[in-house]
Design a protein around this ligand. Structure first.
Ligand code: MLT
Length: 330
């Protein structure tokens, strides 16, 4: 009898504790966010991913009533940041923006310390960013045909910047080399922000970069533009031909972006983050800024966890064989 009483009391206590815990977790989720949220960026400050992150961070913060602070965690083509986010507390105070590199990393690295498909929660797609193959201002070739002849003649003497294995600049550069059957000297940076600085300074010959901040340099002829990585010309720079129309038929690389959170982030928090992302992408300022760089904000039906997950799965399946066939990395 005595034992039964004690057992009952202990069960009652456990149930009360569990219910208090559930209540406090629910309350914590209801009140979330009560402090600033960190938006991790896998590349250096001043680059394209950083710019998009900073652009959406402000309106997302306005929607959530807390500041969204951008933190750059560059290195190893984005995989250092992905590892960090995969291991972060799933409490909604760490979120992550990454591009196509989330899909290509598994084909580029023998071993990753996270699984792109299972280590994260999905919040939504953001934008599709086209790219342009550029040269330093005083590089001799004046168009893609001349560039092709120049790099075939000079091979490894030609330098090409990228943001490391997993970066979309590296993917673009190595696909280009694979299609032309040449091997250049590839120089990794912590992001294309610093790589662009070196291209403008003439320290490196070539860079394939996203349009996010290069349009003014292209328009001012501070770099040479050899072609876009899109199948159609870009509205912001209609005079720049596509690489596809200049002989590299079907050459297409786009840096699509998505926002993620660590696996296990509560659903109620993910829902609020998704609403905040939609709010940011509907902001006229954000739309204008992206459109000026010929960046397509995705339609709202793509700003969903389901759509981002499908996009990631499709892109892993699509790029894996292309990367292996192109023998990347070399
Ligand atoms: C960056 O933000 O630096 C880029 O997205 C790097 C890249 O992937 O090329």
């Amino acid at each position: 009898m005595h034992f039964r009483k004690r057992l009952l009391a202990s069960i009652t206590l456990s149930l009360a504790f569990a219910s208090a815990l559930t209540c406090s977790t629910a309350l914590a989720q209801k009140d979330w966010p009560t402090r600033s949220i960190q938006l991790e960026v896998p590349f250096a400050a001043g680059g394209p991913t950083d710019s998009i992150a900073r652009l959406i961070a402000v309106p997302m913060g306005q929607y959530l009533g807390q500041t969204v602070v951008v933190e750059n965690v560059p290195g190893a083509g984005g995989t250092i940041a992905s590892t960090k986010v995969a291991r972060a507390a799933p409490d909604g105070y760490t979120i992550y923006i990454h591009h196509i590199g989330m899909a290509t990393a598994s084909a580029l690295y023998d071993k990753l310390s996270y699984d792109p498909l299972t280590s994260f929660e999905y919040i939504g797609q953001v934008a599709d960013v086209p790219m342009v193959l550029m040269g330093r201002k005083d590089l001799p070739p004046n168009n893609f045909k001349e560039l092709e002849a120049y790099i075939k003649a000079n091979g490894a003497k030609v330098t090409m910047a990228n943001a490391g294995p997993g970066a979309v600049s590296q993917l673009c550069g190595l696909l280009l080399q694979s299609r032309l059957g040449v091997k250049l000297t590839n120089i990794p940076y912590k992001g294309t922000g610093p790589a662009l600085t070196d291209l403008l300074g003439g320290q490196v010959d070539l860079l394939c970069d996203q349009t996010t901040q290069i349009i003014p340099y292209i328009k001012d002829n501070r770099v040479k533009s050899y072609g876009t990585t899109t199948l159609k010309r870009l509205p912001a720079i209609p005079n720049v031909p596509t690489l596809s129309e200049q002989g590299l038929k079907g050459f297409e690389v786009k840096a699509w972006h998505g926002v993620y959170a660590p696996k296990g982030t509560p659903q109620a928090v993910l829902d609020k983050l998704n609403a905040a992302l939609k709010f940011a992408l509907n902001s006229p300022d954000v739309k204008k800024r992206l459109e000026d760089s010929s960046i397509d904000v995705v339609s709202m039906d793509k700003v969903t966890p389901k759509s981002l997950k499908t996009q990631l799965e499709n892109e892993i399946n699509a790029w894996g064989p292309i990367i292996r066939k192109a023998n990347i990395p070399d």
